[in-house]
Design a protein around this ligand. Structure first.
Ligand SMILES: [Zn+2]
Length: 195
């Protein structure tokens, strides 16, 4: 295998994070220094996020779309199992992004949507973006940055460009007239969901 075998550097961080410090009565955490006794007024945030995960037991059903204008107190989503449970917007403004848009909107078509990602997508996720019809992707780290921490996808990107018989996974076409018939049945299928 030509993939980088380097151990990902983040493994260590996860180990450290798993060391949960349990607070007990009388435990002195030995903090160095002390907080400055000062209250400052911070500027208001330009964007707000409402996370369905913060509403335990609520299965969200969206009522807004990207670019919709919402008023403070206006509905954003409701609970599928009890539509009387309505989650409202804490501020007035414009909906700039919806995460997990396919699941929340119950659709595989994300045309008209833009996506924000911490990194340039791997070939699998890139395919998903094409299938979903995403209009634009904004990413922070490049695939080269990903390779530096042990996620080297450039190998797969290179493989896609090769003819099937030259790829490292042996690929062979087997002629079979039955296979064509399966495709013909799909064309004739009346209740199919079109992509
Ligand atoms: Zn991916």
């Amino acid at each position: 295998m030509r993939r980088t075998q380097r151990r990902p550097k983040f493994a260590k961080i996860i180990t450290i994070m798993s060391e949960v410090i349990k607070l007990k009565r009388g435990l002195d955490i030995q903090l160095v220094g002390a907080a400055e006794k000062r209250i400052s007024v911070l500027p208001l945030a330009a964007s707000y996020a409402v996370c369905p995960e913060d509403y335990r037991g609520v299965t969200p059903k969206l009522l807004v779309n990207v670019d919709d204008r919402v008023k403070a107190g206006g509905p954003l989503f409701f609970d599928k199992s009890d539509p009387r449970v309505m989650i409202t917007s804490p501020v007035s403004g414009r909906v700039s992004a919806i995460r997990r848009a396919c699941a929340e909107g119950n659709t595989f078509d994300l045309s008209g949507c833009e996506m924000y990602s911490s990194c340039e997508p791997c070939p699998m996720c890139l395919s998903a973006l094409y299938w979903a019809g995403i209009d634009r992707l904004y990413y922070a780290n490049t695939r080269r940055d990903a390779a530096d921490i042990g996620f080297d996808d450039s190998f797969i990107y290179d493989q896609i460009a090769l003819p099937p018989e030259q790829r490292s996974i042996g690929m062979e076409k087997i002629p079979d007239p039955e296979a064509q018939k399966v495709f013909e049945r799909w064309i004739d299928k009346k209740d199919k969901v079109e992509y």
